[in-house]
Design a protein around this ligand. Structure first.
Ligand code: UN1
Length: 514
């Protein structure tokens, strides 16, 4: 269907052997310098290898930054609407490849097919939205305090941007970063998560096919230490845009701080749904199941806590647990499956460790709690959807990001206590309030300490036309998408044009009369 697949360098495997894929640097598919590769596996069936990818070295990163740096000048001077046209075209190519990429995503990271289609759709939406930015990219004009003088501020690109992305939204999240970076006139070196290089490569192919000039986008796969950190260290890389764990983000942000380069970090969350005594309970149950167990709980925005008013606590718990117990778990390729595997064996282990922690802390395990590794689950990375009740807000399972199918239910006595518990973690990404009372809804909007607030909807489901990001340990103050999308990728340049023909002194000539 696409011509781009012909351009990626592939080693055709024999029989059912998986193929090998290269880096994309300076407009060419190139093997890593060290010649080493790593495999990407299907978490629903670990005997299936999706492909072999370049285990790159710092030398490969250097080559990619060389290429990005070399391409910068011409790209920066390409008019923004022309840059945007390429992004729009990439969006249309993503549209034609949506099903193919979504199916690859299910195989590569395990989310169910409906959600995988949504992931690709989010990138398509982002392409369309950001393409419009090519004809906006608003600056400011302001009056000068002096006569015959013009004052304005315009945006300028930064240069080479390092983009480091996670596996949980392997197409959507790269699009949040790469499209706005490119439309603003920057060039990019893209390092995707080692769990999802295939999805990332397909995303890159769409941009290549759309006609992106050589060197403008470079793709380097491999580890955080050999690819990610060298990208951070390279002085020519002016900004790192990263989504990942708070631990990784803190390291990158700290180093970027020392090197005086920008970093935009989108990190962990410990999101909560608050359920008030007047809530529509059927709506709550559907929302809590979707928010807690969508993507097997592996969203930064996952509703891993449900804070319930005691007047409705038992009713909530009974209905919620019944619904969670009925969830169909399995390979996300089956359209009737509701919860897929988690991304890999390490994730199964770390999720399960939290289950053990919850039990030790004295929370009441009311549903799930086990690793699934028998029968149809034997080759996969499955963990049962798990619910803890009577969780205390201070317990580790109510404070730390688990990133898996585990939900903590916390009883509270009042609206005020619900707000306090919701706000009582180190994170601040997404919080939600279910109530029929408009006054309380607005009070919640005001008091909830998070970058995203939902009323009568779960904590997941952000749309790309609003800013995305969080406060506290969730990030370092940046927002992706929406009107903020290009902020992190542009520098302000303030310009004064004096057409008076004489030296005019600001702050001095203006106050002559005094
Ligand atoms: C994430 O939570 O990791 O808001 C990203 C959502 C998606 C993006 C989530 N649009 O659920």
């Amino acid at each position: 269907m696409t011509t781009s697949t012909k351009t990626r360098e592939e080693t055709q495997g024999k029989g059912n052997m998986p193929q090998s894929y290269s880096n994309y640097i300076g407009g060419r598919w190139v093997k890593p310098k060290g010649g080493e590769t790593f495999a990407s596996y299907n978490p629903a069936n670990q005997s299936e290898i999706i492909g072999h990818f370049a285990l790159s070295t710092p030398e490969d990163v250097k080559a990619a930054v060389d290429a990005a740096q070399a391409a910068f000048d011409a790209w920066k001077h390409t008019p923004a609407p022309a840059r945007a046209d390429i992004i729009l075209k990439a969006g249309y190519i993503l549209e034609t490849r949506k099903e193919e990429i979504a199916r690859t995503m299910v195989r590569e990271m395990g989310k169910v097919i409906k959600e995988a289609r949504g992931d690709v759709q989010e990138a398509i939406d982002m392409a369309k939205y950001i393409a419009g930015e090519g004809r906006r990219m608003f600056g400011h004009t302001v009056p000068s305090e002096l006569p015959n003088k013009f004052a304005m501020a315009i945006r300028a690109p930064l240069g080479v941007i390092g983009v480091i992305t996670p596996w949980n939204f392997p197409v959507a999240i790269p699009s949040w970063k790469i499209f706005p970076a490119l439309v603003s006139g920057n060039t990019v070196v893209f390092k995707p998560a080692t769990d999802t290089p295939m999805c990332a490569m397909m995303f890159v192919e769409c941009l290549i096919e759309a006609g992106l000039p050589h060197g403008v986008l470079n793709f380097v796969t491999g580890s955080g230490s050999k690819v990610g950190m060298p990208l951070v260290e390279d002085p020519r890389v002016r900004c790192i845009s990263v989504t990942g764990s708070t631990e990784v983000g803190r390291k990158i942000n700290g180093r970027c701080g020392e090197l005086m380069k920008r970093s935009s970090c989108e990190l962990g969350g410990k999101n909560a749904i608050c359920v008030m005594e007047d809530a529509d309970m059927d709506l709550v149950i559907e929302g809590a199941v979707w928010g807690g167990f969508g993507t097997a709980g592996q969203r930064c925005t996952a509703a891993s806590r449900v804070i319930v008013h005691k007047a409705r606590y038992k009713e909530f718990l009974d209905k919620f647990v019944a619904r969670v117990k009925a969830l169909k778990i399995g390979d996300g390729m089956d359209p009737t499956v509701e919860v897929g595997p988690v991304v890999n064996k390490d994730q199964v282990k770390s999720v399960h460790e939290y289950v053990e922690i919850g039990k030790k802390e004295g929370a009441k395990l009311v549903c799930g709690g086990n690793i699934l590794d028998q029968g149809e689950y034997a080759n996969g990375c499955y963990h049962e959807p798990t619910v803890f009740a009577d969780v205390k807000p201070t317990m580790r399972i109510a404070q730390e990001e688990i990133f898996g199918p585990v939900v903590s239910v916390i009883p509270v006595e009042s609206f005020e206590e619900a707000l306090e518990v919701a706000n009582g973690t180190e994170y601040g990404l997404s919080l939600s309030m279910y109530t029929q009372d408009v006054n309380r809804a607005f009070k919640a909007i005001e008091e909830l300490e998070s970058g995203i607030v939902y009323i009568n909807a779960p904590t997941i489901g952000a749309e790309i036309q609003l800013p995305f990001g969080g406060i506290k340990q969730t990030g370092n103050g940046h927002r992706e998408a929406g009107i903020t999308a290009i902020e992190q990728f542009t520098e302000w340049k303030s310009i004064y044009i004096d057409y008076s023909g004489r030296l005019q002194k600001a702050q001095i000539d203006t106050h002559k009369a005094e």
